[in-house]
Write a new protein. Structure first.
Length: 134
């Protein structure tokens, strides 16, 4: 099992693109890689780690729900499995999520509700796992 730093080193390979001299990143996908995220639903602010950012194809580690929605195929189903979820479970596992970059992930969501209003979702934390590489 690789530590997070080693996994990132494995996932990212620096190279030079001819004819420029600017380095760019090439993602070397690793099936099974896990990325973590924390979604503050009330403020619409999501923070994720570098693995999650690279696998999904995000430009930043901090983004809005609409940014992640642009990266998934089957937007309605994705919304229903995340912010639209209405079950009693506190931990929810998604079905496979196809991304526009061709990768497929699954996700585990920890649903955190307001203590005074059990129907109000205030935060989601969790992890996504790369299950298929484009």
């Amino acid at each position: 099992l690789m530590c997070k730093k080693d996994a990132l080193s494995f996932l990212i390979k620096k190279h030079h693109v001819v004819p420029t001299t600017e380095p760019s990143q090439k993602i070397i996908p690793l099936v099974g890689a896990r990325g973590f995220f924390d979604y503050d639903v009330l403020n619409n602010n999501i923070e994720c780690d570098e693995i999650n950012r690279l696998v999904v194809g995000l430009d930043s580690n901090i983004y809005k729900f609409s940014d992640i929605l642009e990266k998934v195929e089957g937007k309605t189903r994705f919304q229903e499995q995340t912010i639209g979820y209405s079950g009693d479970e506190k931990i929810v596992y998604s079905s496979p999520i196809s991304l526009i970059n061709g990768n497929v992930i699954t996700a585990k969501y920890n649903m955190i509700y307001d203590k005074n209003d059990p129907g109000l979702l205030i935060r989601m934390t969790g992890e996504s796992q790369l299950v298929k590489v484009a």
